[in-house]
Write a protein that binds this ligand. Structure first.
Ligand code: DP6
Length: 359
């Protein structure tokens, strides 16, 4: 399949105005996407748990664009007009116009509500861009009502990817793979697919408690970080390693092998950050408290034989991952020993979710 698959034929129906709402979750990568080629094609495949509580709800209000020679839209963030997001959305519209040729015909009021702080290392661009892509797909569906659900989801993920790569993994649940991998049936660089193989009950309702170590804007955006993987001395090795880790995970998911899961996931997190530290220019997104938390998790695991582990996004916050049957003990540990390292004691209890919902 190529990009052309997503260029629509002339629509059957027309639309004057309307309002479309979707709620779309964030996701947490187990094998990380870090590095990309032109047109948001990932340098390596990635896989993530779709989250549940961390989500964005977007309402897209559609009316006629009085000056259809350019895109026309306003952005409202948690009820307030916000022009800060406009450039990113403008670029997004430009990238996807060929796949949604109606974009300039309409004026859009994009009303977005986050359940968590944006630009904090919790993938807010993933939930935000996927929610917007889904609203746009609802418009297309009005104009082409016979579209299948499979195509709807595929194209939503395809469009979301063009807004933010990781957003392609937020349409469905509970495990989503994005990027071509030779052993994963149906996997594609163009969109995310539901993980197609057997997953052991050990991974059902997997818990993710997100410790907010630093809620400030990060100094280096993911987009710049990805770019620094061009000419990175360890890039090729890293991309190969991601393929290998994904291969290993197939068996881990099947067998419910938590020990190997922990090893792969923590190694991926530290590799991601070591890529940042060995870029030119180099940078560090972890904070002292990130390391304090990691060490505490390791001590607790050693002392209690718990299956707790951590992962990191492109930020200082720590995602604490653990099986649902350890919920009580791990939460107790988090409250007693880790909350002290969180900014204003803040953390978010989340778990694996089923994907985006139409409102
Ligand atoms: C570290 O998807 O935010 O979270 O495509 O430039 O928008 P852009 O990047 P983005 O990168 C996410 C990187 C990551 C790892 C991951 O989610 O796989």
């Amino acid at each position: 399949m190529t990009e052309k698959h997503f260029i629509p034929i002339p629509y059957k129906n027309s639309l004057e105005n309307g309002s479309f709402s979707w709620s779309s979750p964030s996701n947490i990568a187990l094998v990380k996407y870090w590095g990309k080629k032109e047109n948001q094609i990932p340098a390596n495949p990635s896989i993530s748990f779709t989250l549940d509580a961390c989500k964005t709800t977007t309402t897209l209000k559609v009316s006629k664009n009085e000056s259809p020679n350019d895109f026309s839209f306003n952005v409202f963030l948690n009820e307030e007009k916000n022009d800060g997001f406009k450039p990113k959305i403008y670029i997004f519209f430009k990238r996807i116009e060929i796949y949604l040729p109606f974009l300039k015909e309409f004026h859009f009021d994009i009303e977005t509500n986050y359940t968590f702080p944006h630009s904090s290392g919790i993938a807010s661009s993933a939930s935000g861009m996927s929610a917007l892509a889904l609203c746009l797909m609802s418009i297309e569906k009005e104009m082409n009502p016979t579209m299948s659900d499979e195509f709807f989801n595929q194209k939503a993920s395809f469009l979301a990817r063009l807004g933010s790569g990781s957003a392609s993994r937020s349409i469905q649940g509970d495990l989503v793979c994005w990027g071509k991998h030779k052993e994963i049936t149906g996997s594609s660089d163009l969109f995310g697919v539901k993980y197609p193989f057997q997953v052991h009950d050990n991974f059902k309702n997997y818990q993710d408690t997100i410790l907010l170590v630093d809620k400030g804007e990060k100094q280096v955006s993911s987009t710049i970080g990805h770019d620094l993987m061009h000419n990175h001395p360890f890039a090729e090795q890293r991309f190969m390693q991601a393929h290998e880790n994904l291969s290993k995970l197939i068996n881990v998911f099947k067998k419910g092998d938590l020990k190997s899961f922990i090893e792969i996931v923590e190694s991926e997190a530290l590799t991601l950050h070591s890529m940042m530290m060995t870029s030119m220019p180099y940078f560090i997104l972890m904070k002292p408290n990130t390391l304090e938390i990691i060490n505490k998790i390791w001590s607790f695991r050693k002392a209690t034989k718990s299956n707790i582990c951590f992962t990191l996004d492109a930020g200082a916050n720590v995602h604490v991952l653990y099986p649902s049957n350890e919920k009580d003990t791990v939460l107790e540990f988090i409250k007693n020993e880790l909350v002290a390292y969180c900014q204003n004691g803040q953390y978010i209890c989340d778990q694996v979710g089923i994907g985006a919902k139409k409102m």
